[in-house]
Each structure stands twice: as structure tokens, then as C-alpha cells.
Design a binder for this molecule. Structure first.
Ligand SMILES: NC(=O)c1ccc[n+]([C@@H]2O[C@H](COP(=O)([O-])OP(=O)(O)OC[C@H]3O[C@@H](n4cnc5c(N)ncnc54)[C@H](O)[C@@H]3O)[C@@H](O)[C@H]2O)c1
Length: 338
């Protein structure tokens, strides 16, 4: 363990992503990690695997006085748990999506401000070195103003998450369906690149995944102020491919997640030029996210995704679901969750 005062991290929920957070916070070499898990069998397994202390209740975890908590339970539980943790003065990294409704979010944000706590949402694309590099290039202005964003993504979810039928994914009320589970990552990345979504219209359906009824295929048209956007995603195709293209007045840039690279083109019909190319194992990305959050806690930089930015993306999730019902454009109203 580097240094004499390791950060004391409590991971809440030791399921799929919670276990990864335990492993990746440990991999920073700067933390002691304990966890809360209600499932007794899983608690024992994880405690043995990582030589970590596991608690059956949030209260028992809080009583040990951790400095940081990673909230990795299903999304409908995030706000209530995060609020209890913030009341105890604990810094917060909350998994995406921030919540499944607006209830309690404003109160949590004001509590975090009052207590001057570092808090963020774990939208992990914001820790991706390739996307960060592409964003810097856009921000430098060398391609001119952004005018359009086009996001195309697909993945065979059952291959990567065989238990999808049994977990939060099967029900929108617990954060399930393609919009809240997968598209939200891309919307948050898109907002990071071209600014907040201001209005949208959504189309989605359950097309393929056996054993669930939630949408597994989604198309969203967005406006981010003057920037036009489109996002298309499914969770059943064979290719595991995601690309985020930002078209600017004087050049086009593209993050190819599956290719671990970003590219740009400025001459019509020309050749793609490579920006940063960096192969990255999934754990490396999460370890990088853990390190960036520790740096935020140490006051070296703000969290990569603030609670306010997470709330904005939550508004987009909720407006997308509403648009499916109303079959019309929805305006994102900042006061809707305040
Ligand atoms: N950033 C990413 O790439 C990523 C990937 C997967 C999931 N997630 C998000 O992380 C969250 C969890 O997803 P998951 O896939 O790990 O789900 P999961 O079902 O695998 O794990 C959730 C765990 O929380 C535990 N739990 C439930 N209630 C609890 C409570 N009151 N106290 C303590 N533990 C409790 C469950 O027993 C389970 O082990 C969701 O919000 C999801 O959207 C993010």
C-alpha cells in the first residue's frame, strides 16, 4: 500500500459492477476496501476472494467510518443509500444511472453542497483516455464548432451479462431496459462532448432478448442546443461495436470504442487520420476511474461526472421514457428534478 494513509472505501452492493469496483479500487494501491452486500452467500464469496470485510447492512458499513462510498446497488436504491451516506459525511461515487426517478435527487445534491462533499456519478466513458483526448481536440476548436453528433452502438447483451433476466435489467422500475441501462452511458458521453440535451424524441421496442419485456432496441433524436443528434442502440446484435461521431464545421471526429481509437478527417472524401490509439482492458478503465475519483477526493481535480451532470442525464432518461408514451418530442426542463 503506497503512502501511510490509505483511502477507506466502502463499496455498497457487491454484484457484477460492485465486485469490479472492489477489485479496481484495490488495484489503485491506495485504498482499503470493505463492502456491504445483502446476499449472504455472495458476501462470503467476495470477502474470501478479496480478503475484504463484508457487512450485511448499510448501517453496519457506515458505522466503520469510511471516507468514500461507491454505491453499486440497482439504480432505484441509489438516492436513499447515497443520502444516508452523505448524512454521515461520506464522499460518494454513485453508479449510473443516478436514479430511476427525480425523487430525492435535489435533496441529495443540496446535502452534498452543504457538507462540501466530493461526489460524482460513475459514467465510466468520462475516464476513457481515448474519449478524453478526442474531447480535448474538439475543445481546442481546430475542427470548428460542433454541428451534429451520431452515435451507433450494439452488443449481444446475453453474452456479456448471462444473468440479465434475473437482475435489475428486467424491469424499468429498477433501472432496466436499454434506455436506462446502456443508452444512458452514450447520452452522458454525448452531453460531455456537445453539451446537454435540450429536447428529444424516442422510439424503442422489445425486439429480441428472450425472457424480458423491456426495450432492447432504441433510437433517439436529440437536440443539444443548436447541435443535432441521433443515438441508435441495440442489445442483441453479434458485432460488439460502438462509435461516437461528432461532425464539426471543419472536420469530423469519431471515437471507435471497439477499435480503442479516435480518428478525424478534414478533407472531403479523404483519409481518416488516427488520433490516440490505446487498447484498454475493462478493468484498466475502471481502475482509471477509481484513481480519478481518488484524485477528486484529494482535491486535485473535480469528479469526472458531477452529480449535476448525472442529474442532467437522468432527465434525458426520464424524457426518453416519457417520449415513448407520448409519441412526441419532449423538452428537457432543468427545473423538473430540482
Ligand atoms: N458502469 C458500468 O459499466 C456498469 C455496469 C453494470 C452495472 N452498472 C450499474 O451498477 C448498478 C448495479 O448493477 P450490477 O450489474 O452490479 O447489478 P447486480 O444485480 O449484479 O448487483 C447488485 C448487488 O446489490 C446487492 N444489493 C441489493 N440491495 C442491497 C442493499 N440494500 N444493500 C446491499 N446490497 C444490496 C444485490 O444483492 C446485488 O449483489 C446499476 O445501477 C447498474 O446500472 C454499471
Amino acid at each position: 500500500m503506497a503512502g501511510t494513509n490509505p483511502h477507506r472505501v466502502l463499496v455498497v452492493g457487491a454484484g457484477s459492477i460492485g465486485e469490479r469496483h472492489i477489485r479496481c479500487f484495490l488495484a489503485t494501491g491506495r485504498c482499503e476496501v470493505s463492502f456491504v452486500e445483502v446476499n449472504a452467500t455472495l458476501r462470503e464469496t467476495i470477502a474470501a476472494r478479496y480478503a475484504a470485510c463484508g457487512f450485511a447492512t448499510l448501517e453496519a458499513g457506515i458505522a466503520t467510518g469510511p471516507e468514500i462510498a461507491v454505491v453499486a446497488t440497482p439504480a432505484h436504491l441509489h438516492i436513499e443509500m447515497a443520502t444516508k451516506l452523505a448524512e454521515a459525511g461520506i464522499r460518494l461515487l454513485i453508479e449510473k444511472p443516478l436514479a430511476t426517478s427525480a425523487a430525492g435527487v435535489a435533496r441529495l445534491i443540496s446535502l452534498v453542497r452543504e457538507r462540501n462533499l466530493v461526489a460524482g456519478v460513475a459514467y465510466v466513458y468520462r475516464s476513457h483516455p481515448v474519449l478524453s483526448d478526442m474531447r480535448k481536440a474538439i475543445e481546442s476548436g481546430k475542427f470548428g464548432p460542433q454541428v451534429q453528433i451520431v452515435v451507433v452502438a450494439g452488443q449481444h447483451f446475453p453474452t456479456y451479462r448471462p444473468a440479465y433476466r434475473e437482475i435489475y435489467y428486467r424491469d424499468r422500475a429498477t433501472g432496466g431496459g436499454a434506455i436506462q441501462d446502456a443508452l444512458t452511458h452514450l447520452i452522458n458521453a454525448g452531453e460531455w462532448l456537445v453539451g446537454p440535451v435540450t429536447r428529444l424524441v424516442a422510439d424503442a421496442a422489445h425486439q429480441v432478448l428472450p425472457g424480458v419485456e423491456v426495450e432492447d432496441t432504441v433510437h433517439i433524436l436529440t437536440r443539444h442546443g443548436n447541435v443535432l443528434g441521433s443515438y441508435s442502440l441495440n442489445q442483441h446484435q453479434a458485432p460488439n461495436e460502438t462509435s461516437i461521431t461528432v461532425i464539426c464545421e471543419r472536420g469530423t471526429v469519431r471515437f471507435e470504442v471497439h477499435g480503442n481509437r479516435w480518428r478525424w478527417m478534414t478533407s472531403p472524401g479523404g483519409e481518416w487520420q488516427d488520433g490516440l490509439v490505446q487498447p484498454l482492458e475493462r478493468d484498466e478503465l475502471f481502475t482509471r476511474q477509481a484513481n480519478l475519483f481518488l484524485e477528486a477526493v484529494e482535491g486535485k481535480q473535480p469528479p469526472t461526472c458531477s452529480l449535476e451532470d448525472g442529474l442532467q442525464t437522468l432527465r434525458v432518461n426520464l424524457a426518453s421514457l416519457k417520449s415513448l408514451e407520448t409519441e412526441s418530442w419532449e423538452t428537457i426542463q432543468p427545473e423538473a428534478c430540482e
